[in-house]
Design a protein around this ligand. Structure first.
Ligand SMILES: Nc1ncnc2c1ncn2[C@@H]1O[C@H](COP(=O)(O)OP(=O)(O)O)[C@@H](O)[C@H]1O
Ligand SMILES: [Mg+2]
Length: 337
């Protein structure tokens, strides 16, 4: 059993060596039958899209290939090589890749547009100021004030589209301190929302830009609070976990930190669920649709990714951040475990 198989099956070589297969991992009946057949008749068998239950992790959908080979040290008997292809993971990687490319394209478009608007906007504001100085009429001043006010609002909005341009201030931080800071800021004034935390105390400090991570969490938690407005027994849970051998953008990361923000609101509007992280996508009145796109960009700057899973009553935003990268080449699609 190689390391990837250990990670997939949630067990270890030490725990399985010398034991019966069905005592150590829970394999579906169809697959067990295939394994027996392969042993009896010596043919290679492939089982597609079968589900493997795992302890403490969601079930994995896999393709399995069973190849009988002559036993090296027992002439006449057969050994089986079982290769497991985690197709869930491969689909997830492909989806992530697509999401990311689309997001980067719209981000580039939006940034150029923002730059184009910002320049003349300065001119418009300046002209309105000059006009204001020239006029004594207070009614006309209302109009110039309106122009100046709206120009400032637009400038602020475009500033947010362009995002922070200072270099990242990377330092080691405790992830729970950052979360606590955000929950104090946002959830202490919302007694109608039941707040729980479910922390993994073993998470090591990780290197990040504290202000930007705070911004990420604020953008996500603010959305949850908004979504919970009409909900009775509203609840938000923030969960943290470390995980081994996790793939982000086709790169195997030895150790990642996962932060989940869970709410029991009505769920993400299905009309926008595919484009949730794109700039200007919003389903809320008065929303700008910038919160999640900014949060995603900031997390990408840290080498991570945000994704969302939502059904009515259970919406989960998961931030995955690398704690420790593996050296060596990224893994190829289709690599077996
Ligand atoms: N926790 C959530 N529950 C339901 N819908 C959500 C949640 N978080 C985000 N959304 C949806 O995603 C949209 C985009 O969010 P965001 O990018 O922050 O922009 P904005 O909040 O300005 O609309 C929101 O308008 C909302 O419809
Ligand atoms: Mg928002």
């Amino acid at each position: 059993m190689n390391t990837a198989a250990e990670a997939l099956l949630g067990t270890s070589k030490k725990n399985t060596l010398g034991k019966l297969l069905h005592d150590t991992v829970e394999l579906p009946d169809g697959l067990l039958a295939h394994i027996s057949t392969a042993r009896l008749n010596g043919n290679t068998l492939i089982e597609r899209e079968t589900t493997i239950a795992r302890r403490g992790a969601p079930a994995a959908i896999v393709d399995c290939m069973i190849t009988p080979i002559a036993a090296r040290n027992k002439p006449g008997s057969i050994e089986l090589l079982i290769e497991i292809f985690d197709i869930d993971r491969q689909n997830r990687i492909a989806n992530e890749q697509q999401l990311l490319e689309q997001q980067q394209q719209s981000q580039t478009l939006l940034r150029s547009l923002a730059h184009e608007i910002l320049n003349p906007l300065g001119g418009i504001r300046g002209a309105a100021q000059l006009l204001e100085q020239e006029t004594q009429d207070s009614d006309l001043r209302d109009y110039t004030q309106l122009i100046i006010g709206e120009a400032d609002r637009l400038k602020d909005l475009l500033g947010r589209v362009l995002g922070p341009h200072s270099p990242l201030q990377m330092k080691p931080h405790n992830v729970h301190d950052i979360i606590e800071h955000v929950t104090r800021l946002l959830l202490s004034s919302t007694p109608q929302i039941n707040y729980h935390n479910d922390y993994d105390p073993s998470i090591p400090d990780f290197i990040c830009d504290r202000e930007r991570m705070i911004q990420v969490l604020i953008n996500i938690v603010v959305n949850s609070i908004k979504a919970l407005k009409q909900v009775e027994q509203a609840a938000i849970t923030i969960r943290t976990r470390v995980e081994n051998n996790f793939t982000i953008r086709n790169k195997l990361i030895k150790l990642v930190c996962r932060i989940q923000i869970v709410d029991n609101g009505p769920g993400v509007d299905p009309n926008i669920s595919e484009s949730l992280f794109y700039p200007l996508v919003t389903a809320s009145e008065g929303g700008t649709g910038l919160g999640l796109s900014i949060a995603q960009s900031l997390v990408i700057q840290h080498g991570g990714l945000i994704d969302c899973q939502s059904v009515p009553g259970n919406t989960v935003f998961t931030i995955t951040l690398p704690l420790q990268e593996t050296e060596g080449a990224p893994r190829r699609h289709g690599e077996s475990t």
